[in-house]
Design a protein around this ligand. Structure first.
Ligand code: AMP
Length: 284
């Protein structure tokens, strides 16, 4: 069956009502790459051949704290439809305007407390409130049996799991390991905005995270020993934050005695890239 393109919230709801079998949802901001496609194939596997997979493509204004970032976010709907279909999607929901999701008179905002205190939540105020609100709208329209997210956005996945649990939502939340370029750089729609020297320099991110992991594997457990001289290691990138947090609570960690995450956001050429590595003492 050909890919269905839905443009309005009413169409999205009607699609869900007509769907037979399990429904898988993959929320994205578009400019799809092989990381998104991995999420789509995972959704396909989870719902089976009798199920339906829908990809949402929406650059959600409510989650952007910087207008330049929102405006510069790359978009290509035709390419996104082809990439979604090739990965096994049955439908794509690309709202024709933000008012499809935020019509006049919409007054509801969804917030998960505490888990947003550090990392991206601290440096991008309001970001996760925007994410949680738009996801709640998608979940209301599409009622997923399974929804799929990337582990690259570690804090987002933790917040999504908590939101899902706190609202007693049915269905399953699935996390997928980060898909990377050959040199280790995490795939991201934002990579398209890097200059050639910026792209070359961005390899500092996976190299730095590999060095943190190597220190952890050698038995280093304290915060400063693990994080090391990160500014020098990430140069010429400009760190927005580099942090070591508990893998569940996302609270700061001084000494790793249970699973922790080293997470970071770094600007290269004004493009903000995020990545992380999970450090589990039981697995090391
Ligand atoms: P975005 O379009 O950047 O909002 O991402 C949409 C979804 O794709 C989120 O759940 C991301 O975590 C996930 N994602 C983005 N990049 C990757 C990647 N390199 N590997 C796996 N998942 C990813």
């Amino acid at each position: 069956m050909a890919l269905e393109l839905l443009r309005t919230s009413l169409q999205a709801r009607a699609w869900r009502e007509a769907a037979t079998g399990r429904v898988g949802v993959v929320p994205t901001m578009g400019y799809l790459h092989a990381g998104h496609q991995r999420l789509i194939s995972c959704a396909r596997e989870r719902v089976g051949e009798s199920g339906q997979v829908i990809v949402t493509v929406f650059v959600n204004p409510a989650q952007f704290d910087r207008r330049e970032d929102l405006e510069a976010y790359p978009r290509d709907e035709a390419r996104d439809c082809a990439a979604a279909e090739a990965a096994g999607a049955d439908a794509v929901f690309i709202p024709r305007a933000p008012t499809e999701l935020y019509p006049a008179g919409a007054e509801t905002w969804v917030e998960v407390k505490r888990l947003d205190a550090r990392l991206c939540g601290a440096t991008r105020p309001g970001h996760f409130r925007g994410v949680c609100t738009v996801l709640s709208k998608f979940w209301g329209l599409l009622r997923p049996d399974v929804s799929v997210y990337g582990e690259k956005d570690y804090q987002q996945l933790a917040i999504v799991r908590r939101l899902h649990r706190d609202l007693f939502l049915s269905g399953e939340v699935v996390g997928v390991p980060t898909v990377r370029e050959a040199d280790g750089l995490a795939l991201s729609s934002r990579n398209a905005r890097l200059t050639t020297p910026g792209r070359r320099a961005a390899v500092a991110v996976p190299r730095y995270l590999a060095a943190v992991r190597a220190r952890f594997d050698r038995g280093v457990r304290d915060r400063s020993g693990l994080l090391g001289a990160f500014e020098a290691a990430l140069a010429p990138g400009r760190p927005d934050y580099v942090d070591l947090v508990d893998a569940d609570s996302l609270d700061a960690v001084d000494h790793v005695a249970r699973p922790a995450v080293c997470a970071l956001a770094v600007f290269f050429d004004g493009v903000r890239l995020i990545d992380n590595v999970v450090l589990d003492p039981a697995a090391s």
